[in-house]
Design a binder for this molecule. Structure first.
Ligand code: AGP
Length: 579
């Protein structure tokens, strides 16, 4: 996701736009740009963070301007791919947040009509499409252009000869701030609250004609009434979208993130390389390693294809894989251990894949194929939405290789994940808060789900927590079980349910309290556990995703009760770039 800001009014636009972009950097920061219109379009745009740039957009003048801080999705971060993008004649400038799914088709068509494109982005097609329909009225041109766009967009558009900013939104947030003889537009309220608290929230399909003292909003070209709201949020609260922490906000973004990530296109060449693979190896660290482990269970179950999964830092201690396929799963794309393992595989003539969340990251420059998750920037050190996004992309691979039924199952998941987010994890967190140690146990794919649940818990609450294969606990860790060591047991009604229930009884017999997470309506599980958390009635895959979401919320709530620094836990970094 990116951040966009617009201004029109009585003041010089650029200082306000630049300050607004700095406040939106948490939405993306690999490049930035500003454009003004004062009879002509003036643009400054650069790779890098606006807050660290030596380039001074303040050189630009004008009382009308738009700006963009980027989280690259199409086209690596560089000066040319930075927004704003302009029409061929340079008289129209746009900034965009979202993904234009059909940009290739539009680009081909406009190129055939003589348009020249400068960037590798999807967004640039919007500037040329508006130019195609421009006939002296920028509003009408935007009306016509957006009819051709598929995907998501929050757009701000200016034209050199017209004193107005046009805003348009579909599936990406966009708000308008009503000031005193000045108007603001932005991806969210963060840049606006300093100047006005009168906020209009645009709705899907809205196109707004913003002038210095009034805004007219249309939907399907008809004027509509959108009342402004008086917002009491402060700057910090607005940056987190009203949530208390970025982790909480990112947990709640997961329904969209899962859906968007599952719907990526996997190139045919990549699928072909996978289909002929004699062996698939996954290397990763931390949460990404747990995603890799879950991929193994999925591939074994749905495709009967064995997958080797290695902790990246240990990979070098084994015989390297040769002439096969290696996946590097890494949110940041910068984890040194993972990069080292990938380079080693390339030296052994392996075909390499990167599954990452950051366009242009180091891993993308090493791998033969790159599959991007669509999680957007993950600010909290603890990985949540990026994990779910990785699972979505890995499921997409499974679906492409061997199981079309998955597509059907996924199509109904959005509301089911949303239902899981409604669960109040606080009562269960109260059980965990004072624990000496916590154990998370599961069988099958719920074993790596348990490992991930334990990692989330330990990294943000500082309580010692371990994930275990449920069948393993009796081989030693039983000696640790007592009243102070709650066990979180994942016990879904699948093939391993009977033996999992036995494991829970064994744990209970040693005095440890059990929090059971299971299928909805499981009265047997509810009866034997000290605390029962039902997963929404759903498919097998959504029970896996929702179990992970519930464990994230359990860790989060426990950390809140303990007053931890949730988004920046002690001793940790978001990206471990040393081995
Ligand atoms: C997860 O919550 C941790 N922040 C950490 O384990 C992380 O998953 C690990 O460092 C791997 O990072 P990557 O996905 O960027 O490679």
């Amino acid at each position: 996701m990116c951040g966009i800001v617009g201004y029109i009014g009585r003041r010089n636009a650029v200082p306000l736009v630049v300050e607004g972009l700095k406040r939106l950097e948490y939405r993306g920061y690999d490049s930035f740009g500003v454009a003004t219109a004062d009879g002509r379009i003036n643009i400054i745009k650069k790779q890098g963070r606006i807050s660290e740039s030596c380039v001074d957009p303040l050189l630009l003048k004008g009382c009308m301007g738009i700006g963009h801080t980027r989280w690259a999705t199409h086209g690596v971060p560089n000066d040319v791919n930075a927004h704003p993008h302009t029409s061929c004649n340079g008289d129209i400038a746009i900034v965009h947040n979202g993904i234009i799914e059909n940009y290739s088709e539009i680009k081909r068509s406009l190129t055939a009509e003589g348009h020249t494109f400068l960037s590798d982005t999807d967004s640039e097609v919007v500037a040329h499409l508006i130019e195609k329909y421009y006939n002296g009225d920028i509003l009408q041109a935007v009306f016509s252009a957006v009819l051709h766009l598929k995907g998501s967009y929050a757009l701000l558009v200016i034209c050199s000869s017209e004193k107005r900013v046009i805003a348009a939104r579909k599936s990406s947030p966009l708000v308008i701030g009503e000031g005193d003889a000045e108007m603001f537009a932005s991806s969210d309220m963060t840049p606006v609250l300093e100047y006005t608290r009168k906020i209009i929230f645009l709705e899907d399909g809205d196109v707004a004609d913003i002038r210095d003292s009034k805004v007219t909003i249309y939907n399907n070209k008809e004027p509509v009434e959108r009342k402004s709201e008086l917002v009491e949020w402060d700057f910090e609260s607005a940056k987190k979208g009203g949530f208390d922490h970025f982790m909480q906000k990112e947990i709640f973004e997961q329904p969209d993130v899962f859906f968007n990530s599952f719907n990526i296109e996997i190139p045919e060449k990549a699928v072909a390389d996978l289909k002929k693979a004699s062996q698939i190896t996954v290397v990763a660290c931390g949460t990404s390693y747990h995603a890799g482990m879950m991929f193994r269970y999925m591939m074994e179950k749905y495709c009967k294809i064995p997958v080797r999964v290695e902790i990246a830092s240990e990979y070098m201690n084994f015989n390297p894989c040769k002439n096969s396929v290696m996946f590097a799963v890494t949110q940041s794309g910068e984890t040194a251990d993972t990069l080292a393992a990938l380079r080693s595989a390339k030296n052994e003539n392996c075909i390499t894949f990167a599954i990452t969340n950051v366009l242009g990251s180091s891993v993308t420059r090493s791998a033969d194929h790159v599959l991007y998750t669509r999680a957007g920037p993950e600010i909290s050190v603890a990985a949540t939405k990026s994990f779910t996004a990785q699972l979505a992309v890995l499921l997409k691979i499974v679906s492409c290789l061997c199981n079309d039924d998955i597509e059907v199952e996924i199509s109904g998941m959005h509301p089911v994940i949303e239902e899981a987010l409604l669960y109040d994890a606080e009562p269960a967190a109260l059980i965990c808060r004072d624990a000496a140690s916590l154990f998370f146990i599961g069988r099958g794919i719920f074993y790596p789900v348990s490992l991930e649940g334990a990692l989330k818990m330990k990294e943000i609450t500082y309580i010692h927590a371990e994930g275990y294969a449920a069948g393993e606990l009796k081989h030693g860790p039983f000696s640790l079980l007592c009243e102070e060591t709650p066990v979180i047991a994942l016990c879904i009604k699948d093939d391993s349910y009977p033996v999992m229930m036995s494991n829970i009884k064994e744990v209970k017999a040693r005095g440890a309290p059990v929090i059971g997470i299971g299928s909805a309506g499981d009265i047997d599980l509810e009866e034997i556990c000290d605390f029962y958390i039902p997963l929404p009635k759903s498919s097998e895959i959504s029970e896996i995703i929702n179990a992970s979401v519930i464990l994230q919320m359990l860790a989060y709530k426990t950390a809140v009760l303990l007053g931890r620094d949730i988004d920046k836990p002690r001793n940790l970094a978001k990206s471990v770039t040393v081995i």
